[in-house]
Design a protein around this ligand. Sequence first.
Ligand SMILES: [Ca+2]
Ligand SMILES: [Ca+2]
Ligand SMILES: [Ca+2]
Ligand SMILES: [Ca+2]
Length: 234
Amino acid sequence: MRTIILLTLFSIIVSPAFAQKYISWEAENFDAVNGTKFEVFEVPSDQPGNADEGVDDYTVAEASGGAFIGSPNGATNDGGDWVKYEFSVAGDDWHFWGRVIAPSIADNSMYWAIDVADGDVASTNNATMNIWDFFEVESLRVGYTTDWVWFRLNTRDGPFKGTELVQHGDDPVPVKLSDGDHTLHIAHREDGTYIDKIFATTDVEFNPNETDPQTAVEPQNKLTTTWGALRGGF
Ligand SMILES: [Ca+2]
Ligand SMILES: [Ca+2]
Ligand SMILES: [Ca+2]
Ligand SMILES: [Ca+2]
């Protein structure tokens, strides 16, 4: 009589993107683009200010990856142009940030949408699209600068209960994402607004204005290791 022990050890499945507790990418590294309003600028880059708003012409000296995107003042607002980013995350509550230059009330917003079809992306605030404001709320306008600032993703009316003021408070609202693939569209709203980098983390406490996300955040569970069942039998 023999006893046969069948041991089955499943493959080690390694999928780093699914286990990260932060993700970031360069704004200029979009996966798709529609229209011509989003230009890629390499630093140093001279940009027109906004005389109506008292912003002098200025030079963007530094950018992550050496480049950023946006449209200079004079390009006109809205227009429906967009860029799209594809990314994968573990299902969780995700806090998104953008590294942005927003020098005045006339140069301080974009539209955004997560997980929508290209054909539904437009330069409008509706059930699909959202406005991402940068120092739009009156009490925040003292912050206008031609330097880069990290802003939390915000929205005036959804999909999460947001508004810029809420997102600057003690209880910011995350985006709930399921396991797997997602998209972020940024659509054109105000010329003279620029974005360098996008960062998202499950850490509600993390503030990239205080700590460089490149150096201070360690990826958690970078490797997902799934061990198959160990089976025995006759
Ligand atoms: Ca504005
Ligand atoms: Ca403008
Ligand atoms: Ca909306
Ligand atoms: Ca960049």
